[in-house]
Design a binder for this molecule. Structure first.
Ligand code: NYM
Ligand code: MG
Length: 216
């Protein structure tokens, strides 16, 4: 008797980029279009501000709470670890996860603070072992353009100087399998590039690509 073929796992599709580059708009739009095409897809985001740790992160970002730079870095990471098993389960159940920020933001932002001792390697260490995305859609936008977008400056880290350094660190973290998308195009233009990269990743997962871990 033929053994039933296991259902394909979902793809982990990650959006990264500086603040106000359009990640939230594009990730929302991607989930809508995937669902319309019959793909079981969900939008997740980090920090996940709904958990107890996430509430502390939210207070820190809104400057109602101060915290040591190393401690807040580990809290952002722990906020990914607390959801790791749930992510793996969803992917295994065939759900494609479109994720708005993950470990790369964690590393790029803390490293950009240039705190002695908290170098790139230190920042990467707590991320080791988390799930590796199947695709990274990096929305590339000059900081000067992002700054003119609504809401810039409302939260901690939203200064031109810090964002420039974040962008430099993203450049260092970039790997050749990332998809770099010019985010200054129209919403529809950027969306069609994101959708093409997402389709390709979903296809790879259907063909049996295994879930990997950071930083393989
Ligand atoms: N951020 C985000 C970090 O500093 N470390 C992290 O691990 C993550 C996931 O939080 N300025 C920063 C980047 C943003 C801020 O994210 C909140 P968002 O996507 O603007 O809600
Ligand atoms: Mg933001």
């Amino acid at each position: 008797m033929a053994v039933p073929k296991a259902a394909a796992r979902g793809a982990f599709i990650l959006f990264e980029g500086v603040d106000r580059c359009g990640k939230t708009t594009q990730s929302t739009k991607l989930v809508e279009s995937l669902k319309a095409a019959g793909v079981n897809a969900e939008l997740w985001r980090y920090p996940d501000r709904t958990t107890e740790m996430g509430k502390m992160i939210n207070a820190y970002l809104q400057s109602s709470l101060d915290m040591d730079d190393g401690a807040i870095h580990l809290l952002f990471s722990a906020n990914r670890w607390e959801k790791r098993a749930a992510m793996e389960k969803a992917l295994g159940d065939g759900v494609t996860l479109v994720v708005d920020r993950y470990s790369y933001s964690g590393v790029a932002f803390t490293a950009a603070k240039e705190v002695p001792g908290l170098d790139l390697e230190w920042c990467k260490a707590p991320e080791r072992g988390l799930l590796r995305p199947d695709a990274v859609l990096y929305l590339d936008m000059p900081v000067d353009a992002a700054k003119t977008r609504g809401g810039f400056g409302e939260e901690r880290y939203e200064t031109g100087e810090l964002q420039e350094r974040v962008r430099t660190h993203f450049r260092v973290l970039r790997e050749d399998w990332w998809t770099i998308i010019d985010a200054s195009g129209t919403i529809d233009d950027v969306h069609s590039k994101c959708a093409a990269a997402a389709d390709e990743a979903i296809q790879r997962c259907r063909e049996g690509a295994e879930l990997a871990r950071l930083w393989d």
